[in-house]
Design a protein around this ligand. Structure first.
Ligand SMILES: Nc1ncnc2c1ncn2[C@@H]1O[C@H](COP(=O)(O)OP(=O)(O)OP(=O)(O)O)[C@@H](O)[C@H]1O
Length: 220
């Protein structure tokens, strides 16, 4: 599902290597925490998993596709199978909630009746059906993050990665966000969540990838 073999990453070609010799495999349908101190390389590792960066060395295989052998033209279709959630939500402020969630479906050219049905179902799932017409600025942080999760999963991704998804939320909102990510896992999605929130990690026992200074120090 996700396989890294001796992966190194440096930004901008000549910069220092920020990830070193990462080798691990995540089974399809698994849930993993991604832990480590600030600067350890968590966001960089997630960038590789979501195809926003390419490794400087080694092999990254995502959903059965080895990136070193993948044609450039194959990457957009692969990206559509990966959902991403960010700490700062990254909703489009000028679009109502409904259209934010609909965006990936419309970009993919889905028929409008399907868009209406899928978005309505997703907003119901995250508990925000009543806010479909609101703009993001009118929502709390936790609500905005639930919209972002709806947008990330509306294409039914096989892999869902979240980078500090609870970093801007209070504990009750954070719990609600994490329970949605867990539910995606229960439904069969492979989920990786980077976080500093060790107290919440303790509430959800799951295997962890732990990084320190760009190296994997624990897996499992
Ligand atoms: N775009 C970039 N260009 C150059 N260096 C970068 C870039 N992004 C991150 N780095 C460097 O890579 C290293 C790892 O950063 P990264 O953001 O992946 O860590 P992190 O574990 O996610 O940290 P945090 O928990 O603070 O978000 C750091 O030394 C950082 O300065």
């Amino acid at each position: 599902m996700v396989r890294f073999a001796e992966v190194g990453l440096r930004y901008g070609g000549a910069g220092p290597e920020v990830l070193h010799d990462l080798s691990f495999a995540l089974e399809g349908g698994s849930f993993h925490w991604l832990l480590g101190p600030s600067g350890a390389g968590k966001s960089s590792l997630l960038r590789l998993m979501q195809l926003a960066a390419r490794p400087s060395r080694g092999e990254v295989e995502i959903l059965g596709v080895a990136l070193s052998r993948a044609r450039r033209g194959a990457l957009p279709a692969l990206r559509r199978r990966i959902g991403v959630v960010y700490q700062d939500f990254r909703l489009l402020p000028y679009l109502p909630v409904f259209d934010n969630v609909a965006l990936p479906l419309r970009v993919a050219g889905r028929a409008e009746p399907q868009v209406q049905a899928d978005v309505t179902e997703m907003l119901r799932w995250v508990g925000l059906a009543a806010k479909a017409g609101a703009h993001p600025a009118a929502l709390s942080g936790g609500e905005q993050q639930r919209v972002a999760i709806a947008r990330a999963v509306v294409m039914r991704p096989a892999l869902l990665v979240a980078d500090e998804p609870t970093g801007n939320l209070d504990v009750p909102q954070a719990r609600r966000v994490l329970s949605l990510l867990h539910e995606m896992h229960r439904l069969g999605t492979t989920v990786v969540v980077a976080t500093h929130a060790e107290a919440l990690v303790a509430e959800y026992a799951a295997p962890a990838l732990r990084l320190a200074e760009g190296r994997l120090v624990t897996h499992g």
